[in-house]
Unconditional design. Structure first.
Length: 402
């Protein structure tokens, strides 16, 4: 068991099967962001990151995050851009371009008060500006999708951007807001699915009571033909919202209610038709809050392993789909746990348990958000167990060897 010094207190790293290597320095706070966005380059040598000056409050509209490329071999970070459209949970939606995952990156920034996505060539410095901010990118590299980040900020500040505020704040489900499809080649965008359409499709659950809706998270499937979204209602108390899981074709047609309003949280597409989902599972037998694999456009599904995935966490399939990477929220001792589960052998291991600074909680928390490299040989994660936000790498080949 290793120990780290944190504000004068020795904080142990527990259950460490393989030592995690810190990738970032002490001059600032570093993090990547979410777990389901491509952080590693195709070769595995480079990893994207953000560099910021603070970690103890929400970002304001003029706070800058430096977008950087980390050379994993040399432990050197090259700054390439700046953005004021970022948060601690999903960052600036920074990621490698699927069509050129060694040379081009995609992220969101702010221009004249408006959020815009950017495709940047790291070699030439050329930029292609998108009409909308980026919420997710089609794995084939042809399209991206966007949602209203101002509306999301009103709902959950840790997932939106601090700015002017939602122009339709008083409208429960506007006709001109919803899901926008972005052509990555031209930057042009169009509304393909409105919040009004989503209300007409799902609102019957509320028995005639009008509700304010938003889209909290949205993701393309593995071939870019369909997407899944978490449709949530604003709660008067600011918590206790309900979630409907809706899937649709890329052009907004073919709506399917995968799960009606209830509990649904983190997920990841396994392939074009199946999704791992931590949800209530009412449509597939009502086993309660579990990690399920659900089949799109059906109410078929099954529990993955109720004895191992005991609570909600960020789930990621390995590139060969054999393993599931998972994490946890802090336990009573303020430790976040990192897990690896063998889906073939049906057994798992705790890779490590990392102290989480209690002050970094709520919308400024630092989830581990573990992420596979493309070879399936290493993972990265964010953590505060050394007193700052840092990025870490863990070689999982050693785990497989054991």
């Amino acid at each position: 068991m290793n120990t780290w010094k944190n504000e004068g207190i020795m904080i142990p790293v527990k259950n460490e099967k393989v030592k995690a290597e810190r990738l970032t320095g002490e001059d600032a706070h570093y993090f990547f962001g979410y777990y389901d966005t491509p952080a590693w380059s195709e070769s595995g040598r480079y990893h994207l990151c953000h560099k910021v000056k603070f970690m103890d409050r929400l970002p304001r509209s003029n706070d800058i995050a430096i977008v950087g490329v980390l050379d994993v071999e040399e432990r050197r970070i090259e700054p390439v851009a700046e953005t004021t459209a970022w948060n601690f949970q999903q960052s600036s939606m920074l990621q490698w371009h699927p069509a050129d995952p060694e040379r081009k990156i995609i992220y969101t920034t702010r221009v004249d008060g408006e959020y815009r996505g950017v495709v940047r060539d790291l070699h030439s410095g050329d930029e292609c500006w998108l009409e909308q901010p980026v919420a997710n990118v089609d794995p084939t590299g042809a399209y991206a999708i966007s949602v209203n980040f101002d509306r999301l900020f009103d709902f959950r500040p840790g997932y939106g951007y601090a700015g002017a505020g939602d122009r339709d704040r008083e409208v429960n489900h506007p006709q001109d807001d919803g899901v926008f499809l972005i052509d990555l080649a031209t930057g042009s965008s169009k509304l393909v699915l409105s919040l009004q359409q989503l209300w007409e499709f799902t609102g019957g659950y509320f028995g005639g009571e009008d509700k304010k809706l938003l889209i909290n998270h949205i993701t393309f499937n593995t071939d870019g033909t369909r997407f899944v979204m978490l449709v949530r209602n604003f709660s008067e108390q600011g918590s206790g919202w309900k979630t409907a899981v809706v899937t649709a074709n890329r052009d907004g047609s073919g709506l399917f209610l995968l799960s009606d309003y209830g509990y649904a949280s983190h997920y990841q597409w396994r392939d074009r038709d199946h999704i791992a989902f931590h949800s209530g599972g009412a449509e597939v037998g009502g086993a309660g809050n579990q990690l399920y694999v659900l089949k799109d456009r059906s109410h078929e599904g099954s529990v993955i392993e109720e004895r191992f995935f005991l609570r909600d966490g960020h789930c990621s399939y390995s590139p060969d789909l054999r393993y599931m990477l998972y994490d946890s929220y802090p336990d009573r001792e303020s430790y976040r746990h990192l897990y690896l589960y063998d889906l073939q052998e049906r057994r798992g291991v705790t890779l490590g348990s990392y102290y989480s600074l209690p002050a970094a909680a709520g919308d400024i928390r630092c989830d581990l958000h573990p992420r596979w490299n493309r070879q399936g040989t290493a993972i990265s994660f964010d953590s505060t167990h050394e007193g700052r936000r840092h990025m870490y790498m863990l070689d999982v080949k050693e785990v497989w060897g054991r």
